[in-house]
Design a protein around this ligand. Sequence first.
Ligand SMILES: NC(=O)c1ccc[n+]([C@@H]2O[C@H](COP(=O)([O-])OP(=O)(O)OC[C@H]3O[C@@H](n4cnc5c(N)ncnc54)[C@H](O)[C@@H]3O)[C@@H](O)[C@H]2O)c1
Length: 403
Amino acid sequence: MGLIDVPTKPIKIGIIGCGHIAQKHLESYQQIMQREGDLFRITSVCDRVEESAKALAAKIAEWQDSEPMVHTDVHKMVVHYELHGADICTPHYDHHLTGVQCLEAGTNVLIEKPFGVTSRASRLILEAARKNKLITACAGNIRRQPPQRALHWAIHTKGMIGEPRLFYIQHAGYHRSNTPRAWHWRTDKFMGGGGMIMDRGIHFADTMGYLFGEPERVYATVRQHEKWPHIREGKTVFDDREDTWMVLLNFKGGVDGFWSSTAVAPGEPTTLIGFYGSAGSIIDDGDVFMAPSPQARVTRQGEGMRTLAEIIPEYMAALSAEDRGRLFPHGFEDAMTLEIYDFLRALATGTRPEIDGEAGLRTKAICEAIYESAHCAEAIPYAEVVDGFIEGYQREINEHWGI
Ligand SMILES: NC(=O)c1ccc[n+]([C@@H]2O[C@H](COP(=O)([O-])OP(=O)(O)OC[C@H]3O[C@@H](n4cnc5c(N)ncnc54)[C@H](O)[C@@H]3O)[C@@H](O)[C@H]2O)c1
């Protein structure tokens, strides 16, 4: 028996953008269908490139009892075919274009991160959702994993490091090559909206917000030290993205954080991940974007060290049955599966997804605040980036897309 038992089943889902991440989403839909076969059907898939949509539809037909219809035009799809939810997996610059079309046609949306290509683009999506009284969800998923959930519990419920005070997250490595790569929309400022700060970086921005709340002020330097060649239609073009950033964040709750990453530091690489409170620390050597890892070491002054992997089972055992069903339905622990399940549950029951569009905007605004601070070489108030008063960096992207 499924956890969600309401008359709207099966929920009709359309996947828009059948590239890399859509393939990953499929694995999650398949997991959910194995446990709740009547919860949803993927009834449509859409990609500008028909072959990509056809390939995804064929993959879905391997495990679903019906093959989805194939579309190449979002507007025609959402206007002519009933869909309860659209799972938007298109490039960043397209999120508001496709998102608004879906919402205006009465379709709820789950949009891949970052929610919109700029804060203004994100607000356009939110306005369309409000006007049409529909649900938005943003595919932020890292906080849903057991290490992030357990760390939040360890800090805020168990007080394992006392009052949180500061963190530093730094990586220096050399991840460049003079051998040109194939051009991709991510390398273009207008299409991607930014580089790693808001591509993989948005995962850590979500973790920062989840653990410490919203920043008050952000001060950053963002640079491109090396030009990175890519081949576009036979010509060499250079990547617009930053390769280095250093950011100081002051959070409203009193925590200060330093976040820095560079892909152009030759020699010996370094990774430093540390969270400190009034009574202890959490130190990790894992991925700076996905921190903390299960290997993170939690030390309470005078009481020794335990890994997060040892704390996770304690956290799981402390969850009420209701919280366990909400946070880890069917025992799912994979972040993407949990994010998609949360969206399906929201569609079926009308509840708010944990990371709705407003939360997606606020996380994205942390990344935009970094670009905006570097753009004007000043410390800037985060709230003014959320509200759209500061948009010096974003202005030319907005103008480019007519937003
Ligand atoms: N959550 C994660 O960990 C994660 C990881 C990778 C990518 N992503 C996100 O997923 C999104 C897509 O990234 P990707 O790597 O899959 O890109 P991709 O280039 O592999 O795929 C994008 C697809 O969208 C299609 N498309 C573009 N505009 C369209 C439109 N208007 N209508 C229909 N189809 C259209 C393209 O033809 C392409 O097939 C981005 O927002 C990205 O940041 C998230």
